[in-house]
Design a protein around this ligand. Structure first.
Ligand code: SF4
Ligand code: SF4
Length: 452
């Protein structure tokens, strides 16, 4: 097993201050069980899961409470034993609302058996049975997108996967949840990665870690000591967005995912380190995905902390456990500052994809004044995909959605690099998001019409 710098570097990208020092050295702490959990049925990309419990039911830890309701969907389980207090609409960290199952938890309930049979001898098992376990356990991409993992690990037969990339870049400023997971639970992450490789039948494993996380790389290298020659750690230059799939595939393999294409088009699958950990837990211990690492930080929280917390924990409970918010709290962000979502209040519950909660004081929040584009071209230089954010946003603003589509707006993954460098403070990402939403709606309507 070798450790070496990544052989390639994608175009564009930016260098925001990494702001990770407040929590980089803080070990993960288990959050005391909250009295209530608000577990959303929509913690993933695709159709929300369908509740299979009713108000008043008693549930055990890990019990299935909402079933995947389509090909692209994911099961949802109770993070703790308790009683179903309500099933109602609730806000999610992405700003949407979805049905949530409210559990009044029972801290005295015995731990009990895991809901699924552990498979410690997974090396002897057929890949299909391991894939079924990933689906049962409700595992989704925990790096942010929330794409159901069992779907991602089922590429069509004509798209063979030769390379699995384990994504430990964590390029978003402020966040250390993946970093700490790698430092503290490297062996479990590495075993999860090998399980994923068995499912995919991929020959090669490449691990991608930014070069500002040397301790994480060292811990993983120790866990991989006896790994075969086809496993390799690449240290990526610290550059945003090294954690995005297409850029990472290029940095590590030199392969370019075509516009409109997917990683499987170039023989790759990228999985986040937290996802690999969840796969290990589901297969080896029989436990579904009901908890994750999350960094709570920013200058408006009293005690920045890296938590390992049950999904469904309200952000208010997380902040209270982190010593509370300071009086000058002015802005809340779920996720990282580049791709996260601003929250209107702390009355939102964390999900399977919540890697961070940021609290910023008034002095860090500048009033937002946007001006006309001055055609400086900085956004074009920054875009890692080679898009023209200035022209795309102008097309979207003028409601010329066809033009935006022709210029590949659907490839924009909303990394925010263009907006970060824009001297006119143009709301570029918001324009892209709106254009993409209109196009998605149109495509859905067309598909529906075709069906009828
Ligand atoms: S937000 Fe979209 S257009 Fe802007 S830099 Fe990122 S990928 Fe390019
Ligand atoms: S960075 Fe801003 S001002 Fe410069 S070209 Fe892009 S949109 Fe226009």
């Amino acid at each position: 097993m070798k450790v070496s710098p990544a052989p390639f570097l994608f175009r564009g990208g930016i260098h925001p201050p990494d702001s990770k020092t407040a929590t980089a050295a803080l070990p993960l702490k288990d959050l005391p069980l909250p009295a209530r959990l608000e577990v959303s049925t929509s913690q993933h990309l695709g159709a929300p899961a369908a509740p299979c419990v009713a108000v008043g039911d008693r549930v055990t830890a890990g019990q299935l409470i909402a079933k995947a309701s389509g090909f692209i969907s994911a099961n949802v389980h109770a993070p703790a034993a308790g009683t179903i207090a309500a099933i109602r609409e609730a806000p999610t960290p992405t700003g949407r609302t979805a049905t949530a199952i409210i559990i009044e938890t029972d801290a005295d309930a015995p731990a009990g058996e895991p809901p699924y049979k552990p498979i410690p001898d997974w090396r002897e098992q057929a890949p299909r049975s391991l894939l079924d376990r990933v689906a049962e356990a409700g595992i989704v991409g925990m790096g942010g997108a929330g794409f159901p993992t069992h779907v991602k690990l089922s590429p069509p037969g004509d798209k063979p996967i030769d390379t699995l990339i384990l994504n430990g870049a964590e390029c978003e400023p402020f966040l250390n949840s993946d970093n700490r997971l790698l430092i503290e639970r490297a062996e479990q992450v590495w075993e999860g990665c090998q399980i994923i490789r068995r499912i995919l039948g991929a020959g090669t494993i490449r691990v991608a870690i930014e070069d500002n996380k040397r301790e994480a790389a060292k811990a993983l290298a120790a866990a991989m000591e006896s790994a075969p020659d086809d496993a390799h750690i690449h240290l990526l230059k610290t550059l945003y967005p090294q954690g995005s799939e297409k850029q990472q595939i290029y940095s590590v393999t030199g392969r370019t995912v075509p516009m409109g294409g997917l990683p499987m088009d170039v023989g790759c699958v990228v999985e986040n380190v937290a996802t690999a950990y969840a796969v290990w837990d589901a297969v080896v211990n029989g436990r579904p995905l009901t908890a994750r690492a999350i960094t709570v930080t920013g200058d408006a929280v009293n005690t920045p902390t890296n938590w390992f917390a049950p999904v469904g924990t309200s952000f208010a409970d997380l902040v209270a456990a982190s010593g509370g918010a300071r009086d000058n709290l002015a802005k809340l962000i779920a996720g990282g500052p580049m791709m996260g979502f601003a929250l209107p209040s702390l009355e939102v519950a964390m999900s399977k994809t919540s890697s961070g909660l940021l609290l910023f004081p008034r002095e860090c929040v500048r009033p937002y004044r946007s001006m006309a584009c001055i055609n400086c071209g900085r956004c074009v230089e920054a875009c890692p995909l080679g898009l023209m954010p200035n022209e795309l946003s102008q097309a979207a603003e003028a409601d010329d959605i066809d033009e935006a589509e022709n210029r590949h707006v659907m490839d924009c993954f909303e990394c925010g690099a263009c907006a970060y460098v824009c001297p006119a403070r143009r709301p570029l990402v918001q324009h892209m998001r709106r254009a993409k939403a209109v196009i998605t709606q149109r495509r859905r309507a067309a598909a529906q019409q075709k069906k009828t």
